[in-house]
Design a protein around this ligand. Structure first.
Ligand code: NI
Length: 248
């Protein structure tokens, strides 16, 4: 059930039976030679929508741009400053909390968002207490990264042994190939497996990883892998969501 596809009356009816909402959050940033700039937003949205369908939960609008300052040496990348992203999450959540939503389950597509999303949860707790004192509604938050979990890890090791890497991974490229088959790219890559390691800032990232990949071979991505990765991720996260909204 997508918030965007509901009327206000349908939202009111939903709130009479549950207080949970799923919030997809992605990023708009380079993903190597064959990965789409929208990869992280596309993956988070696809998994969040599948989870929403599986559990009958409301799914909020996808946050399409995240904290990606380290990708800014590549054309098309966009970033929010951490402070902007924090303020955006604060305002999204407190808008929904005004109507009675209390349990916010973020499905995340981008590692660079994690620290800021967690900081935003504490910022909201502080603001909620400041506004309402002892009568504050009991807001709760969870964050699930779609690529984590045992089942997704097993598939990744089966499909891409030793070459999943940490950015522009074959798993995330495969998931976008399944969801957006019209945008599949065939691109030769050299070397086949990108160098692995860390980085400091955007310029250092581009110097170390000139085509945008870290440790990965996304040429191995296939849409049929993406279908299975999506199903595995959604099944695991649906279980997490059920526990989150039913725990006392
Ligand atoms: Ni990504």
């Amino acid at each position: 059930m997508l918030l965007h596809d509901c009327t206000w009356a349908e939202v009111a009816a939903y709130l009479s039976t549950g207080k949970g909402i799923i919030m997809p959050i992605g990023s708009t940033e380079q993903h190597g030679p064959n990965g789409l700039v929208g990869t992280d937003a596309i993956c988070a949205e696809a998994v969040a929508h599948a989870v929403g369908d599986a559990v009958g939960a409301m799914v909020g609008p996808t946050i399409p741009v995240g904290m990606a300052v380290h990708h800014m040496e590549f054309p098309g990348s966009m970033t929010l400053r951490p402070s902007t992203l924090l303020a955006l999450i604060h305002d999204y959540v407190l808008s929904l909390a005004e109507h009675g939503f209390e349990r916010f389950f973020f499905v995340n597509g981008h590692g660079g968002n994690i620290a800021t999303v967690r900081a935003a949860f504490y910022e909201i707790h502080a603001e909620n207490r400041a506004r309402h004192g002892k009568d504050a509604p009991e807001l709760r938050f969870a964050l699930a990264n779609w690529w984590e979990g045992d089942a997704v890890g097993r598939l990744s090791r089966e499909f891409y042994p030793g070459v999943e890497g940490s950015h522009a991974t074959p798993s995330e490229v495969a998931l976008t190939q399944h969801v957006r088959p019209h945008a599949i790219k065939a691109v030769a890559m050299s070397p086949a497996v990108a160098p692995a390691g860390g980085f400091h800032d955007a310029r250092d990232f581009r110097r170390r990883y000139p085509d945008g990949r870290i440790g990965s071979n996304p040429a191995l991505a296939r849409p049929e892998h993406g279908k299975r990765l999506l199903e595995a991720s959604a099944a695991a996260i649906a279980e997490q969501y059920r526990s989150f909204v039913t725990e006392s």
